[in-house]
Design a binder for this molecule. Structure first.
Ligand code: BJW
Length: 232
């Protein structure tokens, strides 16, 4: 089968070796809270200080880490692959773009963006946000929340992702547990439309039986190997 169009999905595992905690691993709790208890609109309405503290801490941590060999290899594939390619990340860190990826979509939002609930604008954000942030666009105070897709909210640009999945010849899932939808269902869409499917993970994910091929190992080793094969 000739491969021209590729869709790649990444999850927290691709950034783990840069030093960012995954959500559902042994280090997956944040100060005793499960991600499902912090990353919801209800949790934000109930305790905005807690949710801001979670994201302020993660924004600070991301600023202190660097892309690893997996991010770099995916950026190389983006630069050198002659066909269509879309890298869809569930991650809210900016390590893919810092490595150089261009054809990139953050389906769960970005730590470096805020969303003003008063004027509905998305704005670049660095440093802490907290409960009393002033919107640089409309000057409202205390109305800016992290521009992150929480449980029960619609991930960004699903139509674009769906079109890419339906047109791809190869779907590759890297470092994601397959616990969160709609991302966990991408493999089924791609398969249904005739794509070959590959999973790269430290251990088989919940949906590993849906993939044609699984490569078990750290992303920093397995992704550069796979990219080298694709570009050979
Ligand atoms: C390595 C590695 C190394 C480690 N090398 N690998 C019941 C059934 C089905 C669905 C639902 C349901 N009830 C509710 C839903 C829907 C809900 C959902 O899926 N809930 C589940 C808990 C069941 N989903 C939603 O609400 C979503 N919205 C939605 O569905 O809208 C309606 C809709 C309808 C139709 C079409 C489209 C939409 C929104 C989901 C928002 C998720 N948000 C979060 C938090 C915000 C972002 C943030 O703060 O960072 O996103 S949750 C959290 O999980 C985060 C992640 O992006 C996401 C996925 O986690 P990920 O990346 O897979 O991390 P882990 O930790 O789970 O796994 C890490 C993996 O890496 C592991 O496999 C390791 O082995 C591996 N690994 N080191 C390679 N070195």
């Amino acid at each position: 089968m000739t491969i021209r169009n590729i869709v790649i999905l990444t999850g927290a595992g691709v950034s783990a070796e840069s030093g960012l905690a995954t959500f559902r691993g042994p280090d997956g709790l944040w100060e005793g809270h499960r991600v499902e208890d912090v990353c919801t609109p209800d949790a934000y309405a109930r305790d905005p200080a807690l949710v801001h503290a979670f994201y302020d801490a993660r924004r600070a941590k991301v600023g202190s880490v660097r892309p690893n060999a997996a991010h770099e290899a995916l950026a190389r594939l983006d630069a050198e692959w002659p066909g269509e390619l879309l890298l869809v990340t569930q991650n809210v860190d900016d390590l893919h773009e810092r490595a150089g990826s261009k054809r990139l979509h953050h389906m769960h939002g970005e730590l470096t963006r805020g969303w003003c609930l008063a004027c509905d604008r998305r704005i670049d954000w660095s440093g802490p946000m907290g409960e009393t942030a002033t919107c640089p666009a409309c000057s409202s105070v205390g109305q800016v929340r992290p521009d992150i897709v929480w449980f029960g909210e619609m991930p960004y640009d699903m139509d674009r992702i769906d079109d890419a999945l339906r047109a791809c010849d190869l779907f590759v899932s890297i470092g994601t547990s397959g616990a969160v939808y709609p991302a966990a269902g991408f493999v089924q869409t791609a398969r249904y439309c005739g794509a070959r499917t590959l999973e790269i993970n430290l251990e088989p994910s919940l949906g590993s039986h849906l993939f044609d091929e699984g490569r078990i190992g750290p992303a920093s080793v397995e992704v550069p190997k796979w990219v080298a094969e694709m570009l050979a």
